[in-house]
Design a binder for this molecule. Sequence first.
Ligand code: FNR
Length: 188
Amino acid sequence: RRYQVGYFIGSLSSTSINRILSQALIRLAPSDLEFTEIPIGHLPLYSQDYDTDFPPEARGLKEAISRSDAVLFVTPEYNRSIPGALKNAIDWASRPWGQNSFHHIPAGVIGASVGAIGTAVAQQSLRAVLSFCNARQMTSPEAYITYSPERFKDDGEVIDETTAQFLKDYMQEFRDHVVRVLTVLPRP
Ligand code: FNR
């Protein structure tokens, strides 16, 4: 069978290095994974006032997650945490109370920055949020990617062989994690 992976890009930037990283991951992933981006940039700011009647954008978000066998977060680090737009999307998806879209979903976390820490602190922050949302996270391997144009072409081709092999291994492990989780916790 094939596995549907919904991926979130934590950046709204038109020149996002995390979007480039997502394209690299898709290129290097095992062939039984199929990828669909779950967009976050059009969502209004979440408020509990919406819980009785979610707007179409937020319904679409929750439907996209429910169609996914797994989710993958590819995110920058903003001020040592998660970008607000991504947190907003997660807050929407986690609600209304009792209808948390992330319950038991297989999840992966990865990110790129131009700095040496490679989004490590943001990923810790994201992992805490996803833990509370009860997602089944892949905890190993971790992937803190330092972006440079010597490693990645704009279309996601990975020029550097060591980086390409690392990302390929990461996606193989992610695939195995997804299969393992779905064996015990099939998606509805
Ligand atoms: C950053 N950047 C950044 N980088 C980092 O490694 N740690 C950080 O805490 C921050 N903080 C931060 C805050 C804000 C508001 C911005 C705009 C940027 C730099 C960041 O890694 C860089 O801009 C990346 O290019 C962002 O990823 P995308 O949007 O290109 O995918």
